[in-house]
Design a protein around this ligand. Structure first.
Ligand SMILES: NC(=O)C1=CN([C@@H]2O[C@H](COP(=O)(O)OP(=O)(O)OC[C@H]3O[C@@H](n4cnc5c(N)ncnc54)[C@H](OP(=O)(O)O)[C@@H]3O)[C@@H](O)[C@H]2O)C=CC1
Ligand SMILES: N[C@@H](CC=O)C(=O)O
Length: 386
């Protein structure tokens, strides 16, 4: 008889992606339990000012968490959530970071560390019953750790390698598309990556797929925002920072010790709007700069070409670039629709043609599904059957 794999979940960031994930969990948790004995229990939900915690060991009701969160007056902090998870008598704990915050990832290392590992002398840990408890696993679509300061990234990867806790981040590139897992499989089976190139932003893919002579750039950007494709601040997309973070993430996964500042990135945010106080102020003024983009679209069109915002990593030179480039209308990058991402891996085994991953690469439902699939993979690492 298979044993249950019970996992306590703390969700940080019930925003667009977090809410979609909670809905998917609400529907699928009973099925996962019946099929695989995977017992997923949401025990804490935290946004930037409120928290709700499971009472008396019972998971949170995912039909009513929204109202509970609104009514909550508890002290909301990452510390409160962590303490609650650590105190639960469940064997496995995971924090799902669905924020875009750079602050939350500063805690990953602390969460992943084995409790008590620094307090015990090394000879003690050879007694199994005195071994320190496993750390809290992390699952996230947040790119800030993987593209943040290199030392912090390497420290977290080291904890992951040492088996302290799992760290999973499929949703950071291509939302729900199997991009990180494909790269990892290529590398783990001994392939050699030569070049990774593609359209990595669902938002910018949508914008340049929609933009044609006669259409206003600012209106197309507003449409992307309304549909939930953009980052909370659309300048993170238009500045190229979001794509740069994805490219860094891929380059680092290949072993390149690159920092964000070394990437050659072309920003699409007009210079005067870079300092706009709020995302709304930025959106309200963007139309003043529509002509600049219209001119570039028309120029490309006159040559039978289109504009595509492309990120690339060249393994031999180590160079990462993120630029708005022109492509003939017959090029695969020119033939995308909606928020499609296309990522091409040129490797020793896949060189002509390269290995392509393609599909919708932004939006709450697909991103949440990427996070959810990490959670299921985590359950399997922890003993659930496949
Ligand atoms: N949307 C998409 O298509 C994709 C998104 N992603 C990534 O998914 C993540 C979430 O994106 P999305 O859902 O769109 O973002 P949202 O802005 O909709 O949600 C962000 C959530 O994080 C919460 N939050 C922010 N800071 C903190 C904090 N310090 N402590 C606790 N909670 C905090 C916010 O709470 P509050 O509302 O109270 O401020 C909100 O609930 C991002 O990292 C994004 O890059 C990845 C791939 C695709
Ligand atoms: N804003 C991002 C969301 C996913 O990372 C995008 O458009 O790709």
């Amino acid at each position: 008889m298979t044993e249950n794999v019970s996992i306590a979940i703390g969700l940080v960031g019930p925003g667009a992606v977090g809410r979609a994930l909670l809905e998917q969990l609400r529907v699928e948790t009973p099925n996962l339990f019946n099929k695989y004995r995977i017992d997923l229990q949401v025990q804490g939900i935290l946004n930037s000012s409120q928290v709700i915690l499971g009472k008396e060991g019972q998971p949170i009701n995912l039909e009513t968490y929204g109202e509970q969160l609104l009514e909550s007056s508890a002290d909301a902090s990452l510390g409160v959530l962590t303490q609650h998870l650590r105190a639960l008598p469940l064997p496995h704990k995971v924090i799902i970071d669905c924020t875009a915050s750079a602050y939350v990832p500063q805690f990953y290392r602390r969460w992943m560390e084995q409790v008590g590992s620094s307090l015990l002398p090394p000879w003690v840990v050879c007694f199994a019953w005195l071994r320190p408890g496993r750390g809290i696993h992390i699952v996230t679509p947040n790119k800030k750790l993987n593209s943040g300061p290199l030392a912090e990234y390497l420290a977290v990867k080291q904890l992951q390698k040492a088996g302290s806790a799992h760290y999973m981040y499929e949703g950071t590139v291509g939302a729900g598309l199997p991009v990180m897992s494909t790269l990892k499989q290529l590398l783990d089976t001994g392939d050699e990556v030569q070049r990774i190139e593609g359209v990595f932003s669902g938002t910018l893919s949508y914008i340049f797929n929609e933009l044609a002579p006669g259409k206003a750039f600012s209106e197309v950007v507003s449409g992307a925002r309304r549909r939930g494709y953009t980052e909370p601040d659309p300048r993170d997309d238009l500045s190229g920072m979001d794509v740069t973070r994805k490219v860094i993430n891929l380059a680092r996964e290949c072993g390149n010790k690159i920092e964000l500042s070394s990437v050659d990135t072309e920003s699409l945010v007009p210079e005067p709007l870079r300092k706009a106080q709020s995302p709304q102020e930025f959106m309200d003024s963007l139309h003043e700069y529509d002509d600049i983009m219209a001119e570039r679209v028309q120029q490309a069109d006159r040559h039978g070409e289109v504009l595509r915002y492309v990120g690339s990593y060249d393994a031999e030179s180590g160079v990462c670039q993120v630029l708005l480039r022109r492509f003939p209308k017959s090029h695969p990058f020119a033939n995308l629709a909606g928020t499609e991402n296309i990522i091409s891996f040129t490797t020793m085994r896949y060189s002509n043609p390269p290995l392509i991953v393609r599909g919708p690469g932004a939006g709450p439902a697909v991103t949440a599904a990427g996070v959810f699939s990490d959670l299921i993979t985590l359950s399997r690492y922890l003993g659930a059957p496949s």
